[in-house]
Design a protein around this ligand. Structure first.
Ligand code: ATP
Length: 310
């Protein structure tokens, strides 16, 4: 690589997320569901380097298993670069080097973070100069979690999860994530939830029409109070993820036995996120879970959304 190419290389870092609250409405005619999500961006990062190229190409490495990541037009980062090129009339290409730190198909929005990072990186590399709201609008076309990966911090998402408003959050929350080697498919988890709701309709009643984030969650985030958040964290997809992957129940029990304030399946799973009282408690929890054979990482939130790294 010569000097001018090196100076043209753009490095962007984007975060994974934990859904600290996730309510899923009834299935709609098009098969989609409205949701209400409280997202927190956490310190598990995707790094993307964009450099000039004739075509749009990608290479992927990582600290997580990247075997399931497509390297063609199915890759969300490639789709993001293509979408930006089409929308801005850009005729050149880009080579994207992705280093993944967010588990693949883990319910932590790693692919969405890559798409967000690719949008920001290509916009800077190509000088297309889109505003953040224009990037947000493109992101929403790529996937429901992409706008949040651009925004970062703590936010509430309604609609498909992409109608975002920032949430006030004080202080820092410490989490321990336990990842699984096999991912779960988001559409399959939603389907399992629909089947569960149909089968148990008499007991659980109809799904809510307009999902909403519980006021207690907003209060706990505003107060920066982990113990308070532990009381009200909830994920409607958890029952479906546990049905598809029963071993996650044992993971949840192991974390709670080891002193977590609460454990929750993140998004569509199978990553389980345990909330700890503080950083010290999280380190202890990580050590205990690792010693019992779990792949456990200590992360914290909130952290910023997709940003250029100098
Ligand atoms: P979400 O919770 O947003 O549905 P996730 O975090 O569970 O997603 P991802 O890691 O984003 O899962 O990927 C889900 C699937 O998308 C993967 O199994 C893979 O086939 C495909 N995919 C496309 N682009 C990417 C990418 N850049 N990184 C990872 N997976 C990708």
């Amino acid at each position: 690589m010569n000097t001018s190419q090196r100076s043209a290389r753009v490095h962007v870092r984007a975060p994974g997320k934990i859904n600290v609250f996730f309510e899923v409405g009834a299935v709609q005619q098009d098969g989609y569901h409205d949701v209400a999500s409280a997202y927190q961006a956490v310190s598990a990062f995707e790094d993307v380097w964009a450099s000039p190229a004739d075509d749009i190409t990608i290479s992927v490495t990582g600290t997580v298993d990247v075997a399931g990541v497509p390297l063609d037009d199915r890759n969300l980062a490639v789709r993001a670069a293509r979408l930006l090129a089409v929308e801005t009339g850009w005729r050149g290409g880009v080579h994207l080097e992705v280093r993944k730190g967010v588990p693949v198909a883990g319910g932590m929005g790693g692919g969405s973070a890559d798409a967000a990072a690719a949008l920001v990186a290509c916009d800077a590399l190509w000088g297309t100069g889109l505003s953040s709201s224009q990037l947000q609008a493109l992101g929403a076309r790529l996937g429901a979690d992409v706008p949040f990966a651009l925004m970062g911090g703590t936010a509430i998402g309604v609609g498909r999860g992409d109608e975002l408003s920032p949430a006030l959050a004080r202080g820092r929350f410490d989490w321990v994530t336990v990842t699984s080697s096999d991912g779960l498919s988001t559409p399959e988890v939603y389907q399992a939830l629909d089947e569960h709701r149909t089968r148990h309709a008499v007991d659980i009643g109809p799904a809510v029409r307009s999902p909403m984030v519980d006021a207690a969650v907003l209060h706990a985030l505003r107060a920066g109070d982990a113990a308070m958040l532990a009381e009200c964290t909830r994920n409607d997809l958890q029952v479906a993820a546990l049905k598809l992957r029963p071993s996650l129940s044992r993971t949840l029990e192991a974390g709670e036995r080891a002193g977590a304030l609460a454990g929750i399946v993140s998004g569509s799973g199978p990553t389980v996120a345990f909330l700890a009282a503080d950083a010290e408690a999280a380190i202890e929890l990580q050590v205990v879970l690792s010693a019992s054979g779990h792949v456990a990482h200590h992360v914290h939130g909130p952290v910023p959304g997709a940003r250029i790294v100098d």
